[in-house]
Ligand binder design. Structure first.
Ligand code: ATP
Ligand code: MN
Length: 287
């Protein structure tokens, strides 16, 4: 029977969230470097601790985070650190000089000890990849960063404009810098939109493509869309969940409501429920 209809054998079906490689967060190269503390790393550590651009970080980075930065420099993904671009709830984003090919890059450094773990909960519960990690904060953050990297790759594959992910090391993500002539791109909330109708059409199509690839952003709003060189670029996809996640429907509804309400304020006659219906009718996340 099941052969006739080409039905997937449930044994072989993708488990919810099974689309990514297993997340091994037990120990990292950076943790090993931090433990060993050879002379070169110690010098790097002192240099970074003394540098002005990291002073805003109230709690100076722990050794393992410094080791992750050190490893990224050694591996050639970063040549020099610039200043902070933004300090958000769970991460600080810095500009940096990447390799020759990439030029300026954005480096997102997640804090492991900051007390924002609660905000991550609604995204973590129901995701088997995370439930296995229990309540271990470090491992959860590390898995989160890997997930953000994987989600960025997946969004690109789906034809959604996001920063290209370049490297991930422990709690640090290196990605394409979105800017306009070296200045960081404004968010949709800060940009002056000449043509909100077109912008809405683009965001709507990106939401559809994302959903069609089986992902829901989960924190989409005018604050997580950048306007860079005439392009709209979706960012902050660490919390994005797959279609299988028990809250994915709720997240899609919320994303649609946020986007519709922003464009309403821009004068458009759009509604969250219509947007959601359109996305659901024109995407096939189950394929
Ligand atoms: P928040 O809590 O404010 O949402 P966050 O910790 O979730 O922050 P992001 O939303 O990913 O982090 O990034 C915060 C800000 O950093 C963005 O609003 C944007 O200004 C800047 N930023 C992030 N990624 C990039 C990038 N690739 N290029 C340029 N700027 C970026
Ligand atoms: Mn954000």
């Amino acid at each position: 029977m099941s052969e006739e209809y080409g039905l997937l054998d449930p044994e072989n079906a993708e488990e919810p969230g099974d689309e990514w490689e297993e997340i091994d967060v037990s120990d990292t190269e950076a943790d090993r470097i931090a433990r060993k503390r050879d002379r070169e790393f110690s010098q790097f550590r002192e240099r970074v601790k003394d540098s002005d651009q990291f002073k805003v970080e109230q709690s100076v980075f722990d050794d393992a985070t410094l080791a992750a930065l050190y490893k990224l420099v050694q591996d050639g993904y970063v040549q020099a650190f610039g200043g902070p671009i933004s300090s958000g709830k769970e991460a600080t984003v810095y500009s940096a000089l990447g390799d020759e090919e990439n030029g300026e890059v954005a480096v997102k450094i997640y804090r492991i000890n900051a007390s924002n773990f609660r905000d991550m909960r609604e995204y973590l519960v129901g995701d088997p990849r995370f439930e296995e990690l229990g309540g271990d904060k470090k491992r959860v953050v590390l898995a989160w960063v890997r997930k953000e990297f994987a989600n960025l790759k997946r969004a690109i594959k789906a034809g959604v404009r996001v920063p290209e992910p370049l490297a991930v090391q422990r709690n640090v993500l290196v990605m394409e810098f979105m800017g306009n002539d070296g200045r960081r791109a404004p968010t949709l909330a800060d940009a002056r939109l000449e043509n909100p109708e077109t912008a809405y059409e683009v965001v709507k199509e990106y939401m559809r493509r994302l959903f069609d690839s089986g992902l829901v952003h989960g924190d989409l709003s005018e604050y997580n869309i950048l306007v860079s060189n005439g392009e709209l670029c979706i960012i902050d996809v660490g919390q994005a969940v797959t279609y299988h996640h028990p809250n994915s429907g709720e997240f899609l509804t919320r994303d649609c409501a946020n986007i519709a309400s922003f464009f309403q304020r821009e004068g458009l006659d759009v509604h969250g429920d219509e947007l959601e219906n359109w996305i659901r009718e024109n995407a096939d996340p189950e394929k």
